[in-house]
Design a protein around this ligand. Structure first.
Ligand code: UDP
Length: 396
């Protein structure tokens, strides 16, 4: 079987944590590598773009084809009007390389638009994963600026794709109810986690690796710095904690200058400058030291379609406090592996942070449960489910 994997704006080999490089990029890379291991050929088509981030090491067993469509400096918002060129270039590549694709797997709505045009030309099934859906994002953060056609396109893609792969029951229900899609056309296949890369290790050794003081209590946030991630809720909560000698490490690219300066202003206003450390983005092989150095990991997002970083923390045996939003509810088991809280409300975050920070035994118990839960979310399971779906669709 040969798959054309379309990721118009998400270059799978970029280091995550920067602009347009987050959970989706990691997912695409991990899935492609594992499908190839199962004997499936994967070509990933992505737009040629200005690179702001480093390239992450990857196994290079899959083929990334860079497609010229619009200026390389264009951002996500400007790409839509260049999608026809993208489609033509993908087809040109197919003809020149004499390849036949059995299935098209699209990521994000822009890629869904491309995939459905290719479907008309190639007459092959399309599977789409939205990763985020505009209406859900808009509800979580009404000031979000997006392409005005996105909502309409997402409805169309939902109807015309042969199958939709979602990561959580929340997303499935939303598509069923709002887009009126039959549940048989929606598969919940969450990502897995590399439990060999992300595993518990000695905290003191991990702290040495990142030059972190051995004694200070440490809260960790890992992710892109976007308003939707709700870091302001966490800063507010940190300022209200009775105990003041607690650090917050913020790991994630500093590309969004407006958001970074807004967050730093909040830190100044709350007198947190000395306690909050903006560290920029970190490679995945270093990230394990950050997780293993922390006492608790917090993901206070307004919305997450999944929340890979929460799963990575759990796999390292670290309790996670997260908002009860989207996919986070399947990663954090409330009161067992951490806490799921009302979003955008600092109060509950203060309470739960105080509970965990002051109770080492509870942190350890929850950390062990978190690791066990992460072990049950293996990549093998996800990839076999994807493979079964692809086999079913290509048999017809
Ligand atoms: N990440 C990383 N380096 C960083 C910050 C984040 O490799 O400096 C990775 C992180 O490990 C996770 C992904 O980026 O795998 C973020 O995915 P998540 O689902 O948490 O958030 P998204 O970016 O999709 O909103």
């Amino acid at each position: 079987m040969r798959i054309a994997l379309i990721s118009v704006h998400g270059d799978p080999i970029l280091q995550a944590g920067g602009k347009d490089a987050g959970g989706m990029n990691i997912y695409i890379r991990e899935v492609a590598e594992r499908l190839v291991d199962l004997g499936i050929d994967v070509d990933i088509f992505t737009r040629m773009h200005d690179r702001h981030e480093e390239i992450e090491e990857f196994s290079n067993n899959f083929n990334v084809v860079y497609i010229k469509a619009g200026k390389e400096s264009l951002d996500k918002l400007g790409i839509y009007s260049h999608l026809d060129i993208f489609v033509d270039q993908v087809d040109k590549y197919r003809k020149a390389s004499n390849k036949i694709y059995d299935l098209i797997y699209a990521h994000y709505w822009l890629s869904g638009v491309v995939a459905l045009k290719l479907k008309k030309m190639w007459n092959k099934p399309v599977v789409t994963s939205f990763h985020t859906i505009q209406d859900i994002k808009q509800e979580a953060f009404p000031f979000n600026i997006d392409n005005p056609v996105r909502g309409k396109e997402e409805r169309y893609i939902s109807k015309e794709s042969d199958s939709l792969v979602v990561w959580s029951n929340h997303e499935k229900k939303f598509i069923e109810d709002k887009f009126k899609i039959n549940s048989a056309n929606i598969e919940i296949i969450p990502p897995g986690i590399d439990v060999d890369l992300f595993k518990p290790s000695d905290k003191s050794e991990a702290r040495k690796m990142i030059n972190l003081n051995q004694d200070i209590k440490t809260i960790l946030y890992v992710g892109r710095l976007e308003r939707l991630k709700g870091l302001d809720t966490l800063l507010e909560a940190l300022s209200q904690l009775e105990q003041k000698d607690i650090n917050l490490l913020v790991v994630g690219g500093l590309y969004n200058l407006e958001e970074v300066s807004r967050l730093k202003r909040i830190c100044r206003n709350l007198d947190l400058d000395q306690r909050v450390h903006f560290l920029g983005s970190v490679t995945r092989s270093e990230l394990k030291y950050y997780y293993n150095s922390s006492d608790v990991c917090v993901l206070p997002s307004y919305y997450e379609s999944f929340g890979l970083s929460a799963l990575e923390a759990a796999a390292c045996g670290v309790p996670v406090i997260a908002s009860k939003r989207g996919g986070l509810s399947s990663i954090v088991l409330d009161k067992k592996t951490g806490y799921l809280l009302q979003w955008r409300c600092p109060g509950p975050f203060v309470d739960r942070l105080e509970t965990l920070i002051s109770n080492k035994g509870l942190r350890e118990t929850m950390g062990r449960a978190a690791r066990n839960h992460a072990m049950s979310l293996s990549w093998d399971k996800s990839i076999n489910q994807l493979k079964d779906l692809f086999n079913k669709l290509t048999l017809n």
